[in-house]
Ligand binder design. Structure first.
Ligand code: GAP
Length: 503
């Protein structure tokens, strides 16, 4: 299935709609339908749970979308958050690196503007729309401008990343919580980028959401991770900068091997790459579809000591799902310089003030993960002649659906509604009495509902109901008062209830 087909499926089933479709649409913007809104919320809740609630060393904040424009001057976004744009003689604009990638199938990561122009000139690339030649490329700032207040003179920007709010609030967090280095500050929320050529459905949009952490350590402990032992034997596929330069194939290795061979430079990077990889696979992403790719020197941001991306094998190729840069103390130092405020941390052990280092910034886009999860889950089942969306139960929009076997028996309908009402107090649960039972199962399979509960005549006699499992169609009979327990098991992907019984 390609990206266009996925976009069509998402629209048809109410996951994602093109934005303002009735007015001709807005490229790069999307609206989430009833099922997409649930899935997106579930992804964010799982992320928050695994990165904030389950970790004693990370606290979360929720910063504003519009913030002082000085923030973006300090961070460097105002001057250098640009992509190369190229204009033809008839003023059609396109993104220069995408033009080269599409036409010449060349990787342009990190190429400077001048080199991009040389490639376009030497290969005589012309405008797709009018076949005229291109002028020199220029930098196009991706931040959306806005004005604040009634005069309309105070300019600001919609934030292009959530990360800077974490740095701007760093002092407030250390003053108001009891965090001790090493610790992280997490944030999820909207980010906006005026992408020159938004494309590939949710992969590159102009409005999206990020889930980011700035993980701070003492500068002297920027390579000592106390949690490394938890992941040392964890395996992932690695493509280092050196392997890319030597045109070698990616290699499976453990976190320890990556460190021992100095492929990964710091324990923190190895630890966090493993932590994130593990989290992604816990959501149902196959490890074969994930690889860790180190940025080439020319590709790295100026502030980054080392950057790795977790890439996913999308239908359009291996693409960044999550970035993980070592930003050192660059951002805090910039904000110290531009605000004139003391953003240091008092180290009680050494009785000195230090400016902590961000040893990793795990930065993940919700939309890209949403898309990857949909590709992983989508399966056409020939036997059922139907799509089965095998989302991890904890991500599924509806955790269960409740049906009366038939709708013309009031006593079955009454009982089914009672069961639904009770379950709905704890989980998002769907009630359906329309159509044949087979059709109702199919509708739930297509949208990923892991369990379908049917109330039949036996239910009225002995208080039991059937649960049918999405992936195998196996069924089991349970007492209604055991439903909550069984559904919680299914949420943990425990399918033991169904292993011996077949429909
Ligand atoms: N604070 C670091 C930062 O923002 P980034 O690599 O520019 O780094 C981080 O973005 C993540 O945000 C990416 O890995 C991707 O998942 C997501 N992202 C970035 N631009 C996006 C876009 N235009 N559309 C959808 N997701 C995007």
């Amino acid at each position: 299935m390609n990206t266009e087909e996925m976009a069509a499926f998402c629209k048809k089933k109410g996951f994602v709609y093109p934005n303002s479709e009735i007015y001709g649409g807005m490229a790069g913007f999307f609206d989430y339908g009833p099922l997409g809104a649930e899935l997106k919320n579930n992804i964010k809740a799982q992320w928050w749970n695994a990165h904030v609630h389950q970790r004693a060393d990370i606290v979360g904040i929720d910063g504003a979308i519009i913030t002082s424009p000085k923030t973006w001057v300090a961070s460097g976004h105002a001057s250098s958050f640009t992509d190369a744009i190229i204009e033809c003689a008839k003023n059609h604009k396109t993104r220069a690196d995408h033009l080269i990638e599409d036409k010449l199938k060349m990787d342009t990561a990190g190429l400077p503007l001048k080199q991009i122009d040389v490639i376009i000139r030497n290969n005589k690339l012309k405008c797709d729309k009018c076949n005229s030649p291109f002028k020199e490329s220029t930098g196009f700032n991706l931040m959306f401008k806005t004005t604040v207040g009634p005069e309309g003179t105070a300019e600001s920007y919609l934030r292009p990343e959530t990360a800077q709010l974490i740095f701007a609030d760093f002092k407030n967090v250390i003053d108001t919580t009891r965090v001790k280095l090493p610790f992280g500050i997490a944030q999820t929320g909207k980010a906006f980028r005026n992408e020159i050529s938004p494309r590939d459905f949710l992969f590159r949009c102009r409005e999206f959401e990020q889930m980011e952490i700035e993980y701070f350590t003492h500068p002297n402990h920027a390579n000592t991770c106390p949690y490394l032992h938890e992941v040392e034997t964890y395996e992932f596929i690695v493509l280092s900068a050196e392997m890319q330069e030597k045109k070698l194939m990616p290699k499976k290795m453990t976190a320890k091997e990556a460190l021992d061979k100095k492929i990964m430079r710091t324990q923190w990077h190895a630890y966090w790459l493993a932590y994130e990889h593990k989290w992604l696979t816990s959501l149902g992403i196959s490890p074969e579809n994930l690889r860790l790719r180190q940025h080439l020197d020319e590709e790295k941001s100026h502030y980054a000591l080392d950057t790795w991306d977790i890439e996913y094998r999308f239908p359009m190729g291996w693409k960044e799902l999550q970035g993980m840069a070592n930003r050192t103390d660059f951002d805090l130092q910039q904000h110290i310089k531009h605000s004139g405020k003391d953003l240091s941390y008092y180290d009680e052990e050494t009785k000195t003030k230090v400016v902590p280092h961000v040893v990793v910034e795990p930065s993940q886009g919700v939309e890209r993960l949403f898309l990857a999860l949909m590709f992983e889950a989508y399966e056409y089942d020939k036997e059922r002649d139907n799509v089965v969306l095998k989302l991890h139960p904890k991500l599924a929009p509806y955790k269960a659906a409740v049906f009366p076997l038939v709708s013309n028996k009031p006593e079955l309908v009454k009982k089914a509604k009672e069961v639904h009402t009770e379950l709905a107090e704890e989980i998002n649960c769907f009630y359906d009495e329309k159509g044949s039972i087979g059709r109702r199962y199919s509708r739930q399979d297509e949208i990923g509902t892991p369990a379908c509960i049917t109330i039949d005549f036996q239910s009225l006699d002995d208080g039991t109901v059937t649960i049918r499992e999405r992936d195998t169609t196996h069924q089991a009979r349970v007492k209604t008062d055991e439903l909550h327990r069984e559904i919680s098991r299914i949420m943990k992907n425990d399918r033991s209830l169904f292993t011996k019984k077949k429909h």
